[in-house]
Every structure is written in C-alpha cells, then in structure tokens.
Design a protein around this ligand. Structure first.
Ligand SMILES: [Zn+2]
Ligand SMILES: [Zn+2]
Length: 732
C-alpha cells in the first residue's frame, strides 16, 4: 500500500537528498521545483528553519518517510563547480570511520562557501602611530593580529583575535584602526616541471625514479620515503610532483606546520620557478575563497597545506605527499576527530592516485604497513652533499649536575662555549614554553593552578602573566600568595625556554640569542625572518621549543643541546617512548647539515633508558623493533585497534554517572576489551569534568559497528557528552 503511494508521488514530485553542513544524522529530502534539475554533487541553496542554507546534493536516498506535501523546495543551484564523486565518497568514508555526522565532515569541504561570503569588504590596518589609549586584552589581540602588516577584513580580524566584530569596530571608532584596501589575490602561477632544479645525488635519483613511476601508473599505491635527516627527501619527492604536473593532474603536499614552512616554500620555488598554492587556517577568507575556487577549476596545480587541505575540491588529484608523516600534528583533536595521514591515504585511494609518506623517523603504524606488504618503501640512507650524521652523547645529570638554580650541566655549557668560540651556531632545545611550568609559594606550599583545568599555570615572565596552556586562562603574576598572603613568596619551579634563555644570557653574554617558540614567532613571516637571520649568521645561539625540530636546514648549526631529554617520557602513554625518540632525533638532525660535523648532547637522568640508548647509538630500527615486540602480544596499535570514549559533564557526579553507564553497557567478545572508565589525566578541562574509556580490539575486528551499538544503548543526559576518538593519539 505504501509502495503504490510512493509510486504515484514519485510521478508528481521529484525529490532530491541534500546534505547540509550541520551535525544532522544524514541528508534531508527537498522538492525539485520545475526548471531545476540538480544532480549529485551540485551545490544548492535550500530553506532550513526560515533561513537559506548552502548544501550539496548527495547520493544516498534520504528521509523518504517525509510526505511529498511537506517537502520544501530547492531554492537554487549555486554557480560553483560541483562536488566530485571522489570527494563525496571521501566525506562519507571519513564520517563512517570517525563516527561523525556526514554533514559535519562535508562542512570542511564547503566552509568557504558561506552564502554571505561573496560580499567584497574593505580591510583595516593599524594606525601609525597608535593613539595613546588604554587597551583591553581583547583589543590588544586584534592589534597583534595585524602585526604582520597586511590589511585584514573585519570578520577575519575578529576570527584571528577570537573576539566579536564589535571589538574590531570599536577599535576603528577609537582611531586605532584605519581603513586600508585588502591585498589583491594574484592568480596562481603554473609550476614548470622542466624548470632546472637541483642535481640529485645517485640514491636520490633512484628513489625519485621509483616515485615518478608510481605517479605515472595513475593508480593507488602507498610508498614510504624513508631517509635520514638531511638526506634531501624534499628534493626527491618534488620529482614525483613534477611527474604529476607532466601527467596533467594535481598534487597535494601536506605539512604538519605550514606556518613554519618558509624554507620548504623556497625549495619548491627553486625547483619549479614559482610558489605553490598554500592552504591553512590563517589565510584570510578572501584568499581561501580564491584558492578554493582555483583548486576546483584545476587552476592551482600544486597545493601545499595543513590537514584541512584534504577536503579541497581537486577535480583530478594525482598525488598526495604527507611530509613528516610521524607528526602528531596531523591528528585533528576537535570537531571531526581524524588523523590526516591515514585519511590522506584514503583520499588517494578514491582518486586512484599514489600516496607518499615521508619521514626520517617513520611511525610504527607505517613501518607495520611496510612489513605487511601494504606499503612500499624507498630509502635514502645517506646525508646529502657529503655531510655526516651528528654524533650523539648523553650527559648524565646525576654525575655532572648543573650548578644550584641552573639547568645547563657543565659539559653542555663547555660545549656551547667551544662551538661559539669557533664561530659556529648552537641550539638549546626544551619542549616547554614560558619561564617556569609551576609557581609555588615557598611559605605555605600553595601551587598556582588553573581554576578551569587540572593543570598548573605556566609563568610567562616577559608578559608578567601566569597562563594555562590548556584553556588560555591568564592572570597577572600576584605580588603575594593568594593562599597565605605572604609577600614576594612565589617562586618559579623548573625551566621553560624563557628561563633557559635567561641562563644562556648570563653564561654567554656575548652571544646573539634568538628564541623560537610558538608565542615568540607568531606567524609565518616572523618564522621566515628568524630562519633568514639564522642562515645569515646574525644569530649565534637559538633557544627553542618543538618548532625548532621541524625540517629546518641551518648549515652553520653544529651543536644541539637537549635540556631535558626525559621530558616526553613522563605520563606513560602508549607512544611516549616512540614520540620522544622521533622528536629528539628530529631535533638532533638539525646539527651538522653542511661541511662541519654536528654534535648533539642529551641531558638526562636515565642515560641507560632504551630511548637514550637508541639516540646515542643512532639505531632507530632496533628501537622500533623493540617497540613492535612490546606492543604485538597485547594487540596494542598498530597490532590492534583502539577507540577512546571521552565523557564530559558540568559536574563530577554527572560525568561519573555517564561513565558508569557506559562501563555497564560495555561490549565484550572474542578480541574485544574495554578499559576504564577512569578519570582522564586532564580530569577537568575548561570547567568540564572528564572520564575516559578505551575500547581495544584485535586488528581483524572493526571498532565502528561495536561503538555504534554501544553508544546506542546509553542515553546521554543534557549537558553531558561522549566524544569518540578512533585511533587516539592523545590520552589526556
Ligand atoms: Zn603561601
Ligand atoms: Zn585552564
């Protein structure tokens, strides 16, 4: 009976499923009015709750249960290239794998097409000189967002500074901002694959030939390009990009920190004569729109971008490169929680294109895929241009401790002094921003803690503030202890880069110093200027956080000192040792990249630890084999699957109740195990109480159906939430 109804209605009313960029469970049906014939992939305008929204005509049939008479009509088709089948398949796949609503995933592919985005807008720049007025923190952030000089629109500024547009308008009214024309977005130059590049060394040439063949095959494959630091991996895979250009297809290169990629962009330009299109979240919305459209129309043949570039509308993607594939920055932890390295491989598969994973320290996941025969492997065993790998030694902090109140041990101080005396550059590495990670009252023992998080406040002495690195909460450094009111009793405990810089200033007053941390190099221009200053030898001593580990090539740098090599080993998560080896090996790899040999010193309290041994002996393969042997028997990744459930609620009781309910409904069976519930290490974050459960399965058991059934059984009260993290990287 229903069938006959449906048959009749389908003659009278044509319906079409439209996916909207919101967390609905799936597409909604709309009525196709006469004169329109939207096809799958078309971008359309449709009514939703009295507004007009942009959506995409989807493939799957939608809620056929809604009677024809109640359907709203499609309002129009947007004049923009349609979303291709390969991208629609990718959106559905990512949604299914991460258990995210498909509309939320699709939104990442459509974000630039907000209906109001087409209005041209004038921009703002800072008044110069700035009128002497009291400036609030919010206004200060807006002014800081304009520090890179290029004018920005009201909406962009508000977004970049994390304030409302009213703050920007208020600044303009107060005369602190003056109108300025927005920069013109130049059309994308076409990279020339025949532009004469660098001459490759023989092993680079062999590796490049293998990658070129993979591109020319025009089919899906995955290759690991595994080469020691300084072996010229970038120049090698740029030959794969060149082949992709010759094939007339588009290439995508993902970098973990696009803001720190100035040297990479220079290399690209040396090879191809022009820069590539760039994609990341700091672009102004105008540049994003122009770039998005150029990609969709094939006018941007090469894009280098952050993880979100995976969702760009390439009509014919012929190569995906994931540089520094081991980097955890490829994991998106908010919104749709996905790992861009793994999703890049999937994107390549839907496009019948090769993926190339690049690293000097490949992840165990990737190595396991090589071992299982799923990925190919191409190796560059030698440093480029006759340079040799640096020598690495541990400094036992128990045997040769620093002077009281200091953090640099005598052997490291001596090595820095020798290096500077030879006119070479030295680097001190500490993966911790600010001055001190903890501030303590020496009178009563009170510790300065974030009111919103289970975290200490980090002192930033230059800004005279205590700040939470999880939620951003900041207070001025108090004059007296908030607990016992003792005056001048608060003391910093432990070092951050600011404190190491202060110590270096006292020890090496003649050295020209540069701090490289995310808060001292606020944007791509500042990072590029820092890199140029180091290359030009205008700097003698670099003090930096993990951003100094990122692929830089500093030919005059010959000494790297790791201030606290044990730092990453605390906390004991699954990959703590692997990550520490990768990070420290990458930092060490900055030393001795030209003629002068490099030297690396690791300050550690446990020189016998396998991580320190692996670094000193330079035997990463043996270390990774040991890691594999430890994870295999218990079915830990990559020899099993993990998914985390993160429960959060306004109160501890509500979080506990929901976590307990989930624990009671936990799945069980052959090869399935649930760990927890347990309080998260960050048991309070931004005022929300958090608990964790972990689903662990054998590799041949898919976690998604189990998770769907499990979550379907447990109602979630108002104010509480369960976030799903498939293949978790962070266990906080
Ligand atoms: Zn006190
Ligand atoms: Zn906080």
């Amino acid at each position: 009976m229903e069938g006959t109804d449906r048959k009749r209605s389908s003659r009278d009313v044509q319906r079409v499923p439209v996916l909207l960029p919101y967390p609905f469970p799936g597409p909604f049906d709309y009525r196709v009015p006469p004169g329109l014939s939207p096809a799958p992939g078309d971008v359309v305008l449709v009514p939703l709750n009295r507004r007009e929204e942009v959506g995409v005509v989807w493939d799957a049939p939608a809620d056929a249960g809604v009677p024809d008479g109640k359907l709203k009509p499609v309002a129009g088709v947007v004049d923009t290239p349609p979303m291709r089948p390969a991208l629609r398949q990718f959106v559905d796949w990512v949604a299914g794998y991460t258990l995210s609503p498909p509309g939320e995933v699709m939104a990442m592919a459509l974000r630039v097409l907000a209906p109001r985005a087409a209005r041209p807008a004038a921009g703002w720049r800072r008044a110069d000189p700035l009128p002497a007025l009291r400036i609030t923190a919010a206004r200060r952030r807006v002014l800081d967002a304009l520090a890179e000089q290029e004018p920005r629109s009201t909406a962009d500024l508000a977004r970049a500074a994390g304030v409302g547009v009213g703050v920007v308008r208020g600044l303009a009214d107060a005369g602190l901002l003056v109108p300025a024309a927005l920069p013109v977005v130049a059309p994308f130059a076409i990279p020339d694959p025949e532009h004469p590049g660098e001459i490759l060394a023989p092993d680079q040439a062999t590796a490049a030939a293998a990658l070129r063949a993979a591109v020319a095959a025009r089919t899906f494959s995955v290759t690991l390009l595994d080469g020691v630091t300084g072996s010229g991996k970038t120049e090698t895979y740029l030959e794969a990009v060149a082949e992709c250009l010759r094939q007339g297809r588009q290439a995508l290169v993902l970098l973990p920190e696009i803001a720190l990629s100035s040297q990479w962009l220079e290399r690209f330009e040396r090879r191809f004569g022009v820069p590539p299109a760039v994609w990341h979240s700091d672009l102004t919305s105008r540049v994003r729109r122009v770039t998005w459209r150029a990609v969709a129309e094939g006018a941007a043949p090469v894009v280098v971008g952050a993880r979100s570039a995976l969702f760009l509308p390439f009509p014919d993607l012929g190569l995906v490169v994931i540089d520094e594939e081991h980097e955890t920055a490829f994991k998106q932890e908010e919104g749709v929680v996905y790992h861009a390295r793994d999703m890049a491989v999937v994107r390549a598969r839907f496009c019948s294109a090769p993926a190339v994973l690049v690293s000097a320290t490949p992840s165990l996941e990737t190595l396991a895929n090589v071992e299982a025969g799923r990925y190919r492997r191409v190796t560059l065993p030698m440093r480029h241009g006759g340079a040799v790998l640096p020598s690495v030694a541990a400094i036992d902090m128990r045997a040769t401790p620093p002077e009281r109140g200091r953090f640099l041990a005598p052997p490291l101080v001596a090595a820095v002094r020798e290096t500077l005396a030879r006119g070479e550059q030295a680097m001190l590495f500490l993966n911790r921003r600010g001055y001190a990670p903890l501030t303590l009252c020496r009178h009563c023992g009170h510790r300065m803690q974030c009111p919103n998080c289970t975290a200490w406040l980090v002192e930033h002495r230059a800004r005279r503030a205590l700040q939470c690195h999880h939620c951003g909460h900041a207070v001025p450094i108090p004059d007296e202890c908030p607990a016992c009111a003792a005056a001048a009793s608060l003391v910093p405990v432990g070092p951050g880069v600011e404190r190491i810089t202060e110590e270096a200033a006292a020890l090496f007053p003649e050295a020209r110093r540069l701090v490289m941390a995310s808060d001292t190099l606020p944007g791509p221009d500042a990072a590029a200027a820092a890199a140029h200053a180091i290359e030009a030898r205008a700097v003698d001593l670099i003090v930096g956080t993990q951003i100094v580990a990122k692929g830089w090539h500093f030919p005059h740098l010959t000494l790297v000192g790791v201030v606290d090599a044990d730092l990453g080993l605390a906390g004991g998560d699954l990959r703590a040792a692997e990550r520490t080896v990768q990070l420290l090996h990458q930092v060490a790899g900055r030393a001795g990249r030209a003629e002068a040999p490099g030297r690396v010193l690791l300050q550690t309290f446990s020189p016998e630890h396998p991580v320190m041994q692996a670094l000193v002996e330079g035997d990463l393969a043996a270390f990774m084999a040991r890691e594999a042997a430890q994870r295999r028997p218990g079915h830990w990744p990559p020899y099993g699957r993990l998914a985390a459930l993160i429960v959060s609620a306004d109160t501890a009781a509500a979080a506990d109740a929901l976590a307990r309910d989930l624990g009671r409904a936990a799945p069980w069976g052959d090869g399935v195990e649930v760990l927890g519930p347990a309080p998260a290490p960050l048991s309070v974050l931004r005022g929300r109480h958090r608990r964790r459960l972990l689903l662990k399965t054998r590799r041949d058991v898919a976690v998604q159906p189990i998770l769907r059934e499990w979550l379907g059984k447990v109602p979630v009260a108002r104010g509480a939430r369960v976030e799903v993290d498939v293949d978790p990287v962070s266990f906080l």
